[in-house]
Design a protein around this ligand. Structure first.
Ligand SMILES: [Fe+2]
Length: 137
């Protein structure tokens, strides 16, 4: 399991959203810390962090969707569908992980960070390129 850290290549050059993406990775990093830390209170810490991760992800997605709506981004429904699928996957895994091994937690961590980073690098950069010129006006 590799530790994923923020890198400025992930910036989409829309400051309010970039801040949220950084925070999303910071919460994921806390998840990593729990997976690699001492086993003491593992389950409690694990459930707490998964709740924060889910809550923050929902908050961030709805913020982003408001933004897409405000600037009439034509790909909004596909983008929202990608968000909704990820949330569904998060919810399903969170229920499952409350009773499973650290190994499964680690696999889930890798899934989450790779989904987030791919989503930022591809889908988010596309809408950002569409919206950025409208912000500069
Ligand atoms: Fe997004």
């Amino acid at each position: 399991m590799k530790k994923i850290e923020w890198n400025d290549d992930y910036l989409i050059q829309i400051p309010e959203i970039d801040i949220q993406h950084k925070k999303l990775l910071a919460v994921s990093k806390e998840f990593y810390d729990i997976l690699t830390g001492t086993q003491e209170n593992y389950k409690t810490n694990m459930s707490k962090i998964l709740v924060s991760l889910t809550d923050y992800t929902k908050y961030h997605f709805s913020n982003e969707e408001d933004f897409l709506k405000k600037y009439n981004y034509p790909g909004i429904s596909a983008h929202k569908a990608a968000h909704d699928n990820f949330i569904m996957e998060l919810n399903a895994q969170v229920r499952r992980l409350s009773n499973s091994s650290i190994e499964e937690g680690k696999r889930f961590y890798e899934y989450i960070v790779s989904w987030i980073l791919t989503h930022i690098a591809k889908a988010d950069k596309i809408w950002a390129n569409f919206i950025r010129p409208k912000l500069e006006k």
